[in-house]
Design a protein around this ligand. Structure first.
Ligand SMILES: [Zn+2]
Length: 299
């Protein structure tokens, strides 16, 4: 049997994330859902995550100020995560190690010569345009202009993805739709309520949803991807990032307490393109490819 190529795959989804593990937390169920449905799913990760906090004591000396080998280790974690999600097309922006994790906003690590925060926008976008030229994705997923929660690499990933989409559009192969990851306020409020009083309440220090750096009004959400059937794959992918997500993470408490509902359902804002048909009070789409009628572009 002939090998299935990208050109044979009618649905193509491209995700641009900042660090290894970001693909799982906001979009893992979506990636597994579309991969299982036969779509071509491409993950582009912009940095190796060298500045991450290490939660496994046996790996502590890999950190940036000691062996500075965390990035190389996280490369293997990302490979296992993608395997768990069923995603086979995983790439590093500009090649592995081209851009370095910038660390949290305001730290000296922001100024490293290879820090992604310092990247030339057109050069970085150029790497992504080449991937778009090859894959011809109809749908692009990245973060909003605050990088969902303000990390410099997430903000930069947003800028690079949006610039690349613009450059690709000018050449005639821009994505039909661009989505930004989002969390509806109603879901956050329900989560806070459900956790109130529990011992491992991740929202214990919060009085109200407005105190969090994210949260989107429900009417601004465009799509709700219910991929609860992919819950186990998402958890397995999260486990692959053990250096970053400890076993006692509140993410696992949520997963344990609420099953698929909190981990298997993911939400998006539509930043570009026409919203397809949806349902519910705000007409949320249930499919990111909804409304795309043109045949898949040939790479
Ligand atoms: Zn990140």
């Amino acid at each position: 049997m002939a090998r299935v190529t990208i050109a044979d795959t009618p649905q193509r989804l491209l995700l641009v994330h900042a660090h290894p593990d970001d693909e799982v937390i906001g979009t893992g169920a979506t990636m597994a859902h579309y991969a299982a449905a036969g779509a071509h799913v491409t993950l582009v990760t912009c940095t190796l995550g060298e500045e991450g906090e290490i939660h496994l004591p046996e790996l502590a000396q890999l950190e940036a100020r000691q062996a500075d080998q965390l990035g190389g280790y996280r490369l293997t974690e990302l490979a296992r995560s993608c395997a768990a999600l069923g995603v086979t097309d995983q790439r590093w922006l500009g090649g592995a190690g081209r851009y370095r994790d910038s660390g949290m906003m305001g730290l000296e690590t922001n100024n490293h010569p290879r820090a992604f925060w310092q990247a030339d926008l057109d050069e970085a976008a150029g790497h992504l345009v080449e991937i778009m030229r090859e894959v011809r994705p109809q749908v692009l997923i990245t973060y909003d202009d605050n990088g969902f929660y303000g990390h410099p690499d997430h903000i930069q990933a947003h800028r690079v993805a949006m610039r690349a989409a613009g450059l690709a559009a000018a050449e005639g192969f821009g994505p039909d739709k661009i989505y930004w990851t989002a969390m509806p306020r109603s879901v956050m409020e329900a989560g806070m309520e459900a956790f109130a009083g529990s011992a491992d309440n991740p929202f214990a220090d919060l009085e109200k949803v407005d105190d969090l750096p994210f949260g989107t009004p429900d009417e601004d959400i465009a799509a709700k991807i219910d991929a609860t059937e992919q819950h186990d794959r998402k958890i397995a992918a999260l486990r692959a990032h053990a250096s970053q997500v400890p076993d006692d993470s509140w993410l696992y408490s949520i997963a344990g307490n609420f099953g698929g509902e909190f981990m298997g359902v993911e939400y998006y804002r539509l930043a570009h393109g026409a919203k397809g048909p949806g349902s519910g009070p705000h007409g949320w789409e249930s499919d990111l490819f909804a409304g795309i009628t043109a045949p898949a572009p040939v790479p």
